[in-house]
Design a protein around this ligand. Structure first.
Ligand code: PEP
Ligand code: MN
Length: 334
């Protein structure tokens, strides 16, 4: 249920009303819908709630029952989510470009990459410090020192940063160094991890599981949001199909479908989505043409030498060309 307050309501009124709701036994969270303050009642099934009771509360303009399965992720709740991180927005008119190595490899490597991707139009630096590798014998990431290098590199070159968190125990550490926490495809349905990142104040980018339907994906987002964290970004990164030529099948249709179903920003990762360097730029272009709110690509100054995912990592020149072409695509579609 969504309680939309009238235009006179202040944040203090919103807080007081939430206290009242808590006293009545409901779990609620503050929100806003199209410029008006609102309160979303998270726990307490709609059919058990006497809506008339709420209608009579002071400063209440209207009540929406939120009948969609994804109460918070669905568009009944909100039309658009625009996430503001240190003045940089994700969603809405912005085109977010996340770039960087698959893994943070060394201080020198992340500084060089940050400098180059910033110069050619990236807005967010990516890099894993805790890596979900298919083989336990492969490079597992640098852990905390890697996060520190990435934080310093991102700060120096005016970028935001994003890194994956694989376990609940890593959340505080990763959150200390980066602006956005990434939940990887393998953990999309790790519900205890989702709930835990739902309790912190940092934005979360949730990657689609290999075999997740749109509904599974949005329900996973709902887990995060139901704990009060509404700053969720969705990332389409390819799914498993019968095709084996590519690492995954990048589902470009996910972009318009998700935009229809949810207000959350949608980012596309053509690197993991294809697994093939030559396909990254064309598929990134396709994603932007389909209306994606941004892309995440793996970039390395010497892609063949990347310690992980070298085959799908592009060089700086290709990255620069890709960003240039986005400008032309945007002109046509916007
Ligand atoms: C990544 O982006 O570093 C990653 C491991 O991606 P995914 O979880 O989509 O495989
Ligand atoms: Mn990777």
């Amino acid at each position: 249920m969504l309680i939309i307050l009238n235009k006179k309501a202040t944040q203090q009124d919103q807080k007081e009303l939430m206290k009242r709701l808590e006293f009545m036994g409901f779990v609620s969270a503050p929100s806003h819908s199209d410029g008006q303050l609102s309160i979303v009642v998270i726990k307490g099934a709609d059919d058990e709630i006497n809506m008339e009771l709420f209608q009579k509360l002071p400063l209440v303009e209207k009540i929406l029952p939120l009948s969609q399965q994804f109460k918070l992720a669905g568009r009944e709740f909100r039309q658009h989510t625009i996430i503001d991180i240190k003045g940089q927005t994700i969603g809405g008119d912005a085109l977010t470009i996340m770039a960087g190595p698959c893994s943070i490899e060394s201080e020198e490597n992340i500084f060089t990459t940050a400098k180059l991707v910033a110069e050619f139009g990236a807005t967010i630096l990516r890099g894993g410090a805790f890596k979900p590798r298919t083989s336990p014998y492969d490079f597992q990431g640098l852990g905390e020192p890697g996060l520190r290098f990435m934080h310093d590199a991102a700060t120096k070159y005016g970028l935001l940063s994003i890194s994956e968190v694989m376990e609940i125990e890593q959340i505080d550490l990763v959150a200390k160094y980066v602006d956005i926490l990434q939940i990887g495809a393998r953990n999309m349905q790790n519900f205890s991890l989702l709930k835990a990142v739902g309790k912190i104040g940092k934005p979360v980018m949730l990657k689609r599981g290999f075999s997740a339907t749109y509904k599974d994906f949005l329900m996973a987002a709902e887990y995060i949001m139901s704990e009060g964290n509404f700053n969720v970004i969705l990332c389409e990164r390819g799914i498993r199909t019968f095709e084996t030529f590519t690492r995954n099948t990048l589902d470009i249709a996910a972009v318009p479908v998700l935009h229809q179903l949810t207000h959350l920003p949608v980012i596309v990762d053509p690197s993991h989505g294809t697994g093939i360097r030559e396909l990254v730029v064309p598929m990134a272009r396709a994603a932007v043409a389909a209306g994606a709110d941004g892309v995440m690509v793996e970039v390395h100054p010497e892609p063949d030498k990347a310690l992980s995912d070298a085959k799908q990592t592009i060089g700086v020149e290709a990255f620069a060309e890709m960003v240039q072409s986005f400008k032309m695509i945007n002109k046509i579609i916007k």
